[in-house]
Design a protein around this ligand. Structure first.
Ligand SMILES: Nc1ncnc2c1ncn2[C@@H]1O[C@H](COP(=O)(O)OP(=O)(O)O)[C@@H](O)[C@H]1O
Ligand SMILES: [Mg+2]
Length: 256
């Protein structure tokens, strides 16, 4: 068995947005977080609490105002983190086909055409896009577009996947099937995943560990919850309901 290693360690993280010089408002304050390599970690919290801000800090898009963030990857030639946005529409290039979108990052890195094609084909297959390679994003459903976005991120071979409510805009049935697909892909690729959601059910369907964030300002991770249920998870079991109730109880404490 390989030794468990930490992938992400955040100590005492804080973020302020300087709107008023005299009294900075802390969006995040005192955030402690440890995520193990290969773990499926959920950041769960109400809208506006600072989930995206925290994920953007981990992605390196935003700077911490205070605290220390350590990202451990063995991926030296690439940045090691891949970000999947909520909206595939703004993330994908409408003038490129599915396979060109997926291979875009590789082309930028000057990966030779043949290798690019091979890698794109692999991720087309992995994400269930076989038969759609020559289509343009506008001709795909919302779920399919998110598959393309995920395939494009995976094609860059990050060790860590950061996902910001990626299924939030999908209808309920598509969302369920995408959740199952993501679990399958995670198990096939052994990626570390940090997945942001405000949906308790989604958190329990997907996560091994759930970091529950408090209402902002000065939001932090107040509790972490280990979901011990085996995959794929059955929503109709008493055990699932029991988890749901326990997680929900944390939010009732805040009066949400
Ligand atoms: N660039 C910014 N400048 C000022 N305030 C911001 C900025 N980005 C986010 N915020 C504020 O930080 C808080 C948390 O936002 P966000 O991280 O998007 O929350 P969530 O993703 O949990 O809905 C909100 O009150 C939001 O208005
Ligand atoms: Mg957000």
């Amino acid at each position: 068995m390989p030794a468990i290693a930490d992938a992400i360690i955040l100590k005492n993280g804080a973020k302020t947005f300087q709107q008023d010089e005299d009294s900075p408002t802390y969006v995040l304050k005192g955030v402690d977080l440890t995520i193990e390599k290969g773990q499926f970690y959920i950041l769960l919290g109400p809208s506006g609490c600072g989930k995206s801000t925290l994920l953007n800090i981990i992605a390196g898009f935003l700077e911490l105002s205070e605290g220390n963030l350590e990202i451990v990857t063995s991926n030296t030639n690439r940045d090691g983190r891949g970000f999947v946005f909520q909206s595939a529409d703004s993330a994908l290039f409408p003038w490129l086909t599915v396979e060109e979108n997926i291979a875009f990052g590789l082309k930028m890195k000057k990966v030779p055409t043949e290798e690019r094609k091979k890698i794109a084909e692999h991720y087309i297959k992995l994400t269930g896009l076989t038969g759609h390679a020559k289509k343009f994003p506008d001709n795909l459903s919302g779920g399919m577009k998110q598959r393309v976005q995920l395939a494009r991120v995976l094609a860059n071979e990050p060790e860590i996947l950061l996902m910001d409510e990626p299924f939030g805009a999908l209808d309920a049935m598509t969302r369920r099937s995408m959740q199952n697909e993501l679990i399958r892909i995670w198990r096939e690729t052994n990626k570390t995943i940090i997945f942001v959601t405000h949906d308790i059910q989604e958190a329990i369907i997907l996560g091994q560990k759930i970091g529950i964030m408090s209402v902002g300002p000065s939001s932090k991770i107040t509790t972490t919850y280990d979901v011990k249920l085996s995959y794929p998870r059955d929503l109709t079991t008493a055990e699932f309901n029991d988890c749901y109730r326990r997680v929900q109880a944390h939010f009732e404490d805040y009066g949400i």
